[in-house]
Design a binder for this molecule. Sequence first.
Ligand code: 13P
Length: 299
Amino acid sequence: MGFITTDLDFKRGIRMPLVSLREVLERAEEGGYAVGAFNCNNMEIVQAIAEAAEMERAPVVIQASQGALKYAGLNYIVSLVRAAAESIRVPVVLHLDHGTDREQVLKALRAGFTSVMIDGSKYPLEENIAVTRQVVEVARPMGVSVEGELGRIMGTEDNIQVDGQEAFFTDPEEAQRFVAETGVDALAVAVGTAHGVYKGEPRLDFDRLKRIRELTRIPLVLHGSSGVPDEAIRRAVSLGVRKVNIDTDIRLAFLQKVREELDRRPEEIDPRRILGPAREAAREAIRYKMRVFGCAGRA
Ligand code: 13P
């Protein structure tokens, strides 16, 4: 498959290989699989994701959270992901993970993101609907997709922290209303996963997931998917999850290798000899996930 351009790029007359999330999700719906959405925050991780996607012939979402944008800078993230997308032949979506407000989303849109998440889950339902709808109104004419969130996903995703008591699961009826009134392209749901490392084994509320899907009929997004057993992920995908977010498992694979290499070669003075193997380890962890999600071989 060659590069695909978004409506936006087509109108601007610029040929850019990034695609919108909607394009990728439409195919995932047809094929009954989920696309992997992997968090990046430096060059090695962007390259690991891109290489994995190319090797697995998988469409891919490369996403950046608040912390990643703060650490690397918006322009660096955009340039890195564009460079990555230009060097591979599979569709790549550049997605803003957990966008906090309209201003930040606008910045991402101007910078060239092809998909944004607006996370209004900290607000009461009415306000979440209002904030999310505003973002859809700006993004949609630009050909950029929008992911909303309803219910609160536990744990910490970079700067955003939700603790156990505060977290609550997505209500299916509310989800139906949220989707109808906002027009989002995808919905992040809280069904028992958490950002970060799990203390015990996560237990997903599959009945709830099924009901949300029946009532909304749109692609669902599973956050906090690191550490969730493969079987649970497969089941969630069979029930309508079409985007699976992974951050922690990439970090773990990367850092484990960094530690191993540093232990093995304490005298090493070349960071590339440490970071190169770490990039490969991250790439292999991502390839494995792509096979579990069913997106391998789909591009
Ligand atoms: P994990 O860090 O648990 O993989 O979650 C990632 C995520 O959901 C990003 O939004």
